[in-house]
Design a protein around this ligand. Structure first.
Ligand code: HEC
Ligand code: HEC
Ligand code: HEC
Ligand code: HEC
Ligand code: HEC
Ligand code: HEC
Ligand code: HEC
Length: 389
């Protein structure tokens, strides 16, 4: 960690004690901070915030001029972070999904053009139409149900790895006492808004959930802010004031927090946890802990390795050039660890020359998720060592 990085950590720790809430809240999902409710301006816009008097137009409006970006971003996992049941491939491919946990029996099945979620204890049953599928299904898909005017997180989820249903992560393993609890876990209004704020575009405005204006998935304006004024300006030829937020202007640290509005920021995990292996899915937190990380060095920013407009690269060799941008001297001794963020150099490896991430960013199975995350805490991994927090 460079001195710039250490400074931020120290500053963060001080802030955690002195002004934790004020510093941290604006980064959380659907924050109700004063700033978010008053509305930000498009120039300092962040995910989940409002902009006064600016409408979200939807990706189709962007396609008129940014056709290739819309074509590549729409089918990504982020683009499909929420899918309406009627359009869900997983449900189409599995016309009947079942799961048994005595005394309960679950079924997700198509009836006409509707998807129906049923749970029965053998005597009574609850049947609800299934509307919202959370998760593209790369790891899994969780169903958010509406029952008796309230929102519930379905107790069973689809997992890709087992090609079927299992208990939703975070739900207690034992069979619940009541049929309603067996159907799902009731969510507070705030929790429901947060789910939608991270998995859709334009649903969280102020304190109310606006499902009528929902755009399924993380689409252009979830990261760039509402596009109304930008489109008007571009059509009018006013190119000097683009009136849209471009995260390219952010430092490495600010971008980690920007993506961290949904992927969770370093502060958020440092403050609230979780500790242990369940935090492997929070990449901004993991990456910040690595010696490779520097708050200013763009070569270690999220976008150095991921283009949010495209599917992520799955071939470990793709990332080698990213590592070698800094790891290019023979030994630490010859590495004058220059403080200037863009000139830092780091040693080469004595063990491997290719697929660096396969050894230094190990894939770690998250208990209950039937999925492996790549640990962004880039480091030397020793066999048998405890998971470093
Ligand atoms: C009428 C054409 C048009 C439409 C529609 C349009 N844009 Fe643009 N956009 C442009 C032009 C032109 C630029 C400037 C390109 C350049 O400078 O290279 C631009 C630039 C941008 C930038 C970069 C801004 C910067 O400061 O560098 C972003 C981000 C962006 N558009 C997002 C969007 C989004 C999101 C939508 C849909 C809500 C959208 N655009 C719709 C024409 C359009
Ligand atoms: C509005 C919330 C939101 C923001 C902001 C956001 N993400 Fe995501 N991202 C998600 C969600 C939700 C998923 C899980 C999608 C799924 O599989 O259902 C995801 C998945 C991903 C994936 C894995 C899926 C894939 O296609 O490879 C990558 C990589 C990723 N995000 C990178 C980024 C980066 C980089 C940024 C910042 C530039 C960012 N995200 C900002 C919500 C967000
Ligand atoms: C703070 C933002 C945030 C909130 C709130 C949130 N999610 Fe997510 N969710 C993400 C991100 C980012 C990912 C991708 C990384 C991961 O899997 O942890 C994700 C992944 C998922 C996945 C796995 C997708 C896949 O196939 O890879 C499911 C299922 C899911 N979320 C469901 C939900 C449900 C249901 C809720 C509400 C109870 C919820 N999420 C609340 C941000 C969020
Ligand atoms: C998950 C967040 C995210 C989403 C979703 C997203 N973008 Fe971006 N976009 C970014 C980031 C980050 C940058 C800056 C990239 C960089 O630093 O090179 C960017 C840059 C841009 C730029 C300017 C730079 C360039 O490459 O021309 C345009 C235009 C743009 N995005 C359009 C879009 C459009 C259109 C969509 C919807 C199809 C979209 N973006 C969806 C995060 C996102
Ligand atoms: C030095 C390169 C590098 C940087 C920087 C980086 N990533 Fe990754 N990321 C990877 C690799 C490698 C994978 C695994 C790719 C694969 O095997 O599918 C990955 C996978 C992911 C995934 C998929 C889920 C998982 O954990 O496997 C998400 C989401 C993600 N990154 C988000 C981020 C975010 C957010 C940031 C910024 C805080 C970031 N990444 C910075 C290299 C990087
Ligand atoms: C922005 C520059 C940068 C990038 C990009 C980068 N690193 Fe590093 N890395 C460093 C620096 C600086 C150190 C600390 C070197 C020292 O101790 O002198 C380091 C340390 C390491 C260490 C030793 C960690 C320890 O705990 O002792 C490993 C292993 C490593 N990097 C692997 C990687 C891999 C693999 C990638 C690509 C996935 C990568 N790095 C990307 C700059 C970078
Ligand atoms: C086959 C697994 C493997 C691969 C592939 C691999 N490494 Fe390593 N790397 C190791 C191990 C094990 C060590 C610890 C060696 C030791 O005991 O000192 C290490 C050490 C390092 C160190 C610390 C060096 C020092 O002098 O302190 C860095 C930096 C590093 N690797 C970077 C990389 C980069 C960059 C790549 C890709 C070009 C890479 N590694 C590929 C396993 C691997």
């Amino acid at each position: 960690m460079s001195s710039a990085g250490q400074k931020t950590i120290q500053l963060s720790i001080v802030l955690l004690f002195l002004a934790a809430v004020a510093r941290w809240l604006p980064l959380t999902a659907n924050s109700q901070s004063a700033r978010s409710q008053q509305g930000a301006t498009i120039n300092d816009w962040r995910p989940h915030q409002l902009v006064n008097n600016a409408e979200f137009l939807g990706a189709q409006a962007c396609a008129e001029c940014h056709r290739t970006k819309v074509a590549s971003q729409t089918p990504t996992h982020m683009g499909k972070a929420l899918i309406l049941a009627a359009e869900a491939d997983i449900l189409r491919r599995h016309p009947k999904l079942t799961y048994r946990q005595t005394p309960y029996f679950y079924q997700i099945a198509r009836q006409g053009n509707r998807q129906i979620y049923t749970v029965t204890d053998g005597t009574n049953s609850i049947t609800v139409p299934l509307l919202y599928c959370f998760g593209s299904g790369e790891a899994g898909q969780t169903y958010v149900l509406q029952y008796d005017g309230r929102f519930y997180e379905g107790r069973v989820s689809f997992y890709n790895d087992i090609d079927g249903l299992d208990i939703t992560m975070g739900h207690q393993a034992n069979a619940p006492k009541t049929l309603i609890e067996a159907m799902g876990r009731e969510m507070s209004g705030e929790e429901t808004r947060n789910c939608f704020a991270c998995h859709t575009t334009n649903t969280g405005r102020g304190k109310t959930l606006h499902l009528d204006q929902m755009m399924a998935g993380v689409t252009c304006e979830a990261c760039h802010g509402p596009g109304q004024h930008h489109v008007a300006a571009m059509k009018a030829g006013a190119f000097d004031k683009k009136q849209i937020f471009n995260p390219q202007s952010l430092s490495t640290e600010d971008l980690a927090n920007f993506c961290g509005a949904c992927h969770r920021s370093w502060e958020q995990i440092a403050l609230l946890g979780p500790r242990g292996i369940t935090n492997v899915r929070f990449q901004p937190y993991r990456l910040t802990n690595s010696k490779c990380y520097d708050t200013e060095d763009k070569r270690i920013s999220c976008t150095a390795c991921h283009d949010p407009h495209e599917a992520r690269h799955r071939d470990a060799a793709f990332y080698d050039a990213k590592c070698l941008a800094c790891h290019k001297v023979k030994s630490k001794a010859t590495a004058t660890n220059l403080d200037s963020a863009t000139q830092r150099v780091a040693p080469l490896c004595k063990v491997g020359r290719q697929k660096c991430s396969s050894c230094h960013m190990p894939k770690i199975a998250l208990p209950g998720a039937h999925f492996q995350f790549s640990d962004h805490y880039i480091r030397i991994v020793r066999e048998g060592e405890a998971y470093p927090n």
